[in-house]
Design a protein around this ligand. Structure first.
Ligand code: 5CA
Ligand code: ZN
Length: 409
């Protein structure tokens, strides 16, 4: 249980919205009487949780925590991309059933998230259990004439880009960059029969050896972007407060979700698109495809306190790319020990101001890095104090637990 701090304060969380290209209030006001809704792009479960994933899910865990601290109810959904090329390719290469691979990675991911004290979303929705929802969504787009079937060996379906006047409103990329990034990130600009190179695959007719589902579009499987659009709208309504993910999803993934979502309902798909920066290792983005990974499970198996890992992640602002190093982990371990020593000591300093300061830093674009320094200062003040301040250690321990997800008492 996460402690609810009293009194429930008023205010707003501000975050950088990629579409607005600025820091804006996100989520409803407390008085509006509706929950804040968030859909975060989940893992493709074919390999271990690395520090990049951990940083992204930590970022949105902090969004969740700040909203709750404001007194809001939060509806938070994350998908599991258990039907997509990288997973199916890995399963084929390692001669395991794709379902078994997905199941074991999902279960390990849950263990890693729990160790990092990331509050579970209300639901994890897998693509394989969402076929009726995706089919329904695509049928709507087909009826509206927004998707078309190509004439080729395999009559796959594509989302028609030409009818999307708002295309580009999320990523603000120019057409040349769009094409380049589209090709890099799973797109097929040169596929014959497409009306526009940027048209996105929404239904792939079955090929030998691939998992398949029967649908009104044929027997096959859904494309990547439409999975998230359909799952998010079904679970959370036409317009969500936040679509979240790492910055590698700004284009084409979230641009396509924005376009398809609007095509389906006429309403904006998300009020804000929020992205966490990339974690690297040795000068390159940490990624399963490159294999330059620091895995959560390897560190915890070696006896590292997962909350020290959490402190490494919190020490970085969600909008700045950074690189994992062992030194960062050593510093975080030191910091955790200092906080625990203060929380469990016999002298203490007043915590009220530090806690209000933490809240202010978190609400203003999630300055977790700065919030940590306030706890550092409080811990130092406790060491220097000659008396005990009634209730301060408990108060700070509850605040650090609720706001930062770290247990120190
Ligand atoms: N299943 C899709 C999203 S629908 C996917 O991108 N899966 S993933 O397993 O590749 O990544 C899971 C999440 O971690 C995504 O939000 C992605 O943006 C984020 N992510 C991946 N690599 C990094 C990294 N090096 N640093 C920060 N975040 C990352
Ligand atoms: Zn997604």
């Amino acid at each position: 249980m996460v402690p609810r701090l009293v009194p429930a304060p008023s205010g707003h969380l501000h975050l950088f919205d990629t579409a607005a290209d600025g820091v804006v209030p996100v989520g409803p006001s407390v008085g509006e009487g509706r929950p804040a809704t968030m859909y975060v792009c989940g893992i493709t479960p074919y390999d271990a949780t690395h520090m990049g994933h951990a940083f992204t899910y930590l970022t949105f865990d902090e969004v969740n925590r700040v909203w709750r601290d404001l007194g809001l109810d939060v509806s938070y959904v994350q998908n599991v991309t258990d039907v997509d090329d990288p997973l199916l390719e890995r399963a084929a290469a390692t001669v395991v059933d794709w379902r078994d691979l997905a199941e074991s990675e999902v279960s390990q991911f849950a263990t890693d998230m729990q160790a990092l004290r990331i509050i579970s979303p209300d639901s994890y929705v897998s693509v394989s259990e969402s076929m009726p929802v995706i089919e329904e969504f695509l049928t709507g787009l087909a009826d509206a004439g927004r998707i078309y079937q190509i004439e080729a060996d395999h009559e796959d379906w594509y989302f028609s880009f030409d009818d999307s006047p708002d295309f580009g409103q999320e990523s603000h990329l120019d057409p040349t960059s769009m094409l380049a990034i589209f090709a890099e990130r799973g797109g097929d600009p040169d596929r014959e029969g497409k009306r526009h190179p940027l048209d996105a695959l929404v239904w792939r007719q079955s090929r030998p050896g691939e998992p398949r589902w029967r649908s009104r579009l044929g027997t096959g499987r859904p494309g990547w972007h439409v999975q998230c659009t359909a799952i998010a709208q079904h679970a959370l309504g036409a317009t969500i407060d936040v679509q979240g993910g790492g910055s590698d999803l700004i284009f084409p993934h979230h641009e396509m979700c924005a376009a398809q979502g609007r095509a389906a309902t006429g309403a904006p798909f998300a009020r804000a698109f929020v992205h966490s920066a990339m974690v690297g290792l040795d000068g390159e983005k940490m990624s399963k495809s490159k294999g330059n990974l620091v895995k959560v499970r390897d560190l915890t198996a070696a006896g590292v306190d997962p909350l020290a890992i959490r402190l490494v992640l919190l020490a970085h602002h969600y909008r700045s790319d950074w690189e994992w190093t062992d030194l960062l982990l050593a510093q975080a371990q030191h910091r955790l020990a200092a906080w625990r020593s203060a929380a469990q000591g016999v002298t203490s300093a007043d915590a009220t101001q530090a806690i209000e300061g933490m809240r202010a830093f978190l609400r203003q674009d999630l300055r977790t890095d700065r919030a940590l320094t306030l706890v550092d200062s409080w811990a130092q003040a406790c060491e220097l104090a000659t008396t005990d301040h009634p209730g301060a250690r408990r108060q700070m321990a509850d605040a650090v637990d609720a706001l930062l997800g770290v247990t120190i008492a």
